[in-house]
Design a protein around this ligand. Structure first.
Ligand code: NAI
Ligand code: MG
Length: 336
């Protein structure tokens, strides 16, 4: 049995974590779920958005599956997602975007995996006012050699492990010459250690256009935090949207798996949430735990439901069903 910390989180988090644990349990995954709180619900009920017990549980068990957490916009507590990534140095944010069967999209044959540096860049939260009258704000971006080497090496190692052919590094070194310039320079150095992998670098604005014009050209992508945040949502739009894109946050000592999407307050509690994104995150977790067979069985069941039982799927991907009908359709295939 693996002990996995389960954080249902906020909004649709409650519904989709229930769906995903049901599916994994039905597939016979050997997981003992340890449920913990975090997010704005925890803040309301317990007076903190990140209780110590949750941090201690992740420290102890090292693997977590997390639903989305609501972060107040503008003022209020800082993102707990960002805090967890920093606290456990989960420097690799890995977001695959792969075309799925029977999902309405003008883009076919997309199969890219984005590696986003997860602890630095503009997301370190170092912002301040200049002067007294709140008319001038500044934000600091940090890029270090150590963190860049780690994420870029992780991208190349992934390419080797999974038989990928190309790594594209995305930057803005023409303008941000020091920060993303350093990232680009290190990319060039590391690429030399992997002569069998094609290495390419693109400026982020061009990258955004290329991803829409010809997304099939991309394989593994590696970039800094902000660019990775934006481009990975773009990538998920190419394959059916936020409801179907999973993600992993991996460090040397711990790993946290979560969907790319947020808590979707507009549909929370209505049974409309698509659990696929969190489910695909959970499959990345099973692969991380080297439970490849169970992951593959569940993926095959999802593909069958998309292909043959579209009516049971949630509406965001063109179905006519609910979180529950979709979950039950997957479980039925796993049981049969
Ligand atoms: P969002 O991802 O929650 O929602 C964007 C749109 O996509 C909404 O129309 C929503 O209904 C739809 N959507 C998202 N996930 C879906 C799913 N599984 N099934 C069907 N439709 C889905 O982004 P938004 O509205 O910008 O953020 C809401 C809250 O989530 C904010 O507090 C934000 O800070 C937080 N958030 C948390 C993240 C995390 O925990 N990792 C990531 C992104 C946002
Ligand atoms: Mg994002």
């Amino acid at each position: 049995m693996y002990n996995v910390v389960l954080i249902p989180g906020d909004g649709i988090g409650i519904e989709i974590t229930k769906a995903v644990t049901t599916i994994l349990d039905t597939a016979g995954a050997k997981i003992n779920w340890i449920e913990c709180r975090a997010g704005s619900g925890a803040n309301d009920d317990l007076g903190t958005p990140l209780p110590d017990e949750t941090v201690e549980a992740i420290k102890k068990h090292r693997v977590a599956l997390k639903g989305p957490l609501t972060t107040p916009v503008g003022a209020g507590f800082r993102s707990i997602n960002v805090a967890l990534r920093q606290q456990f140095n989960l420097y690799s944010n890995i977001r695959p975007a792969r075309s799925l069967p029977n999902i309405d999209s003008p883009f076919r044959g997309v199969d890219m995996v984005m590696f986003r540096e997860n602890t630095q860049g503009l997301y370190i939260g170092k912002e301040h006012w200049v002067g007294e009258d709140e008319k001038h704000a500044e934000s600091i971006a940090v890029v270090t050699r150590e963190a860049s080497e780690k994420i870029i090496t992780a991208a190349f190692e992934y390419a080797i492990k999974y038989g990928r052919k190309k790594v594209t590094l995305v930057h803005k070194a023409n303008i941000l010459k020091l920060t993303t310039g350093l990232f680009l320079k290190i990319g060039g150095e590391i690429a030399k250690n992997y002569p069998e992998i094609e290495f390419q670098d693109l400026i982020v604005d061009n990258m955004a256009m290329q991803m829409v014009l010809n997304p099939q050209q991309f394989d593994v992508i590696v970039t800094t935090n902000l660019f990775g945040d934006i481009l990975s949502d773009l990538a998920s739009g190419l394959v059916g949207g936020l409801g179907v894109t999973g993600a992993a946050n991996i460090g040397d000592d711990a790993a946290m798996f979560e969907a790319v999407h947020g808590s979707a307050p507009d549909i929370a509690g209505k049974g409309l949430a698509n659990p696929t994104a969190l489910l695909f995150s959970a499959l990345m977790m099973l692969e991380y735990l080297e439970e490849f067979k169970t992951a593959e069985r569940i993926r095959a069941a999802v593909y069958t439901v998309l292909q043959d039982h579209k009516d049971k799927c949630t509406r965001d991907i063109g179905g006519d069903g609910t979180t529950d009908s979709y979950t039950e359709a997957i479980c039925k295939i796993l049981r049969d």
